[in-house]
Design a protein around this ligand. Sequence first.
Ligand SMILES: *Cc1c(COP(=O)(O)O)cnc(C)c1O
Length: 394
Amino acid sequence: MNNVLKMREHAYIANTYNRFDVALKYGNGVIVVDDEGKEYLDFTSGIGVCGLGHSFEPWVKATTKQLKDIEHTSNLFYTEPMVDVAEKLCKAAKLEKVFFANSGAEANEGAIKAARKYAFDIYKGDRSEIITLKNSFHGRTISTLSATGQDSFHQFFDPFTPGFVYVEANNFEELASAINSKTLAIMVEVVQGEGGVIPLAETYLQAIQDICDHKDILFIVDEVQTGMGRTGSLFAYMQYGLKPDIVTCAKGLGNGLPIGAVLLGDKVEDIFEKGDHGSTFGANPVSCAGANVVMDYMNDSLYSNVIKMGDLLVTKLKEIPQVVQVDGLGLMLGIEIDASIAAREVVEACIEKGLLILTAKNRLRLLPPLVITDKHIEKAVKILADVLASKAKG
Ligand SMILES: *Cc1c(COP(=O)(O)O)cnc(C)c1O
């Protein structure tokens, strides 16, 4: 890549990201192109964002039209795109109301605030604890870092927001014994994305639903990564017959424009009153115009492609000798590889051969666009298999 660009980035941008040596310039569908004209198959979708692919024509049309009409208004006024997205989300998720934010972390902040306000209103502040899972990931703000059940995220930035309790995922006894009179909510990802793509067991999810129903504990599902068709349904919780009180989404909702949403069920639909929460950029009309297009493509034909392509990927990946295990749901897959091979090196070698993939912990992670075909899968798996074979040889 252009070395001058790399040096300027180093000079002027905070050191938070360990970027790969690629400068991307164009995107179209499943393909992205770098500054030297080299093409890559994008099996990252910008970390689960561009589910409909890059520069998706109807999305480009809708967002550029909105850009020309009006780019921003603030929430002091009504606009049509936000109401359209909210109505589509509520009807599809069978939830009541939406608060719009700009990112996943902010959506989760909104969920935490809604839950705490419920505890304040109904339980007069006697309930102060939210149970989250070990190995979870809920965002990078101070409170969502607090909610994240991984010690490695609880460094440097003290004091963290109090009121979070962590339990082992898929261990219902531990969860049951952590619940007490202070418990106000349980917050989970149906598939732990950043934690390595680890799905929660169906029986565990249903047990959470039961205990929440019995004790009036709010069930919060973080669908920031799993939502918007990624797992083969609009939201992953729908595949387990769950009825969460609060659902958050973000990544795939805007197909590339920043947007997050907190979906509120009937217990909490009116918990926020005027002035309780807000966001200058929330419900931005351009982001919402993009999200409206995304919602219009959330249908059975897309979901069945996700399930079919996900199954095909899993089958093909399992044929690779260095692949130990494949976990996930739909087109959200985590690959455990031979312990002697470093995941980061595999990603770098795949990039060299024209395939973009991700890591999650020490696993490889695939989040391809939801519109991929078997041809894309064949090509990607061939590259990955070649890379893993060459790494195995040393
Ligand atoms: C990515 C992610 C977040 C954080 O989203 P940002 O938009 O980066 O703030 C929160 N929860 C889950 C499950 C995520 O995957």
